[in-house]
Write a new protein. Structure first.
Length: 202
């Protein structure tokens, strides 16, 4: 279904499910965000702020309450991580981290079989990683976040001087991309200056 306005898009999904409501035990929603995951909050189940026009403050969970079944709500990356943990590449792995790379970097984590949560959902794209000193980047020198080092834009295209989809598979930009992503997800990566785990502030 095309993503248009919140009422139209969510209404179409709810309409798709409604004829099958007797066979639906629950609805699970994995949503782009940022989103409100605090069940005590009056805006639980809503998107908070987003660059998607018209979707800020959209009540995603509310669109499905009329189905009369429990509704679970989490981030899109936690939903993907849970799916990989149960049925895909993460089966039998715990803890497990799933990273998605696009215009930014997002991540979901499974710890003790459940999605990881904190005060808010972890912003794994903001985890600091070391810059390769041989590579000139358009990102500010003070920018150390994984999202600036390894997402697109600015990183891949800026480093290679070309659009990422035009780069051959053996291009050095892809090897650097892999090193940066490995640094962002590696448990052996150096911790913060305060001696904390890098995930503590994520």
């Amino acid at each position: 279904m095309p993503t248009t306005t919140p009422p139209e898009t969510l209404g179409r999904v709810a309409d798709f499910l409604r004829p099958h409501a007797e066979r639906v035990a629950a609805v699970g929603i994995a949503c782009f965000g940022p989103i409100d995951l605090d069940r005590r909050s009056p805006t639980f189940g809503c998107i908070t702020t987003t660059p998607k026009p018209g979707w800020a403050r959209a009540d995603v969970v509310g669109a499905f309450r009329a189905l009369g079944v429990p509704v679970a709500f989490d981030t899109d990356v936690n939903g993907a991580a849970l799916g990989e943990h149960r049925w895909g590449a993460g089966r039998g792995v715990d803890p497990f981290v799933y990273l998605t790379v696009g215009t930014g970097i997002g991540g979901g984590a499974i710890v003790n079989g459940r999605p990881l949560h904190g005060l808010v959902h972890p912003e794994m794209g903001h985890v600091p990683i070391p810059r390769d000193p041989k590579i000139r980047s358009r990102a500010p020198a003070r920018t150390t976040a994984a999202a600036s080092r390894a997402s697109r834009p600015p990183s891949r295209s800026a480093r290679a001087g070309d659009r990422a989809e035009a780069l051959p598979a053996g291009h050095e930009a892809w090897r650097l991309q892999a090193r940066y992503l490995a640094s962002a997800s590696s448990p052996s990566r150096p911790c913060s200056r305060r001696g904390e785990s890098p995930w503590a502030a994520a």
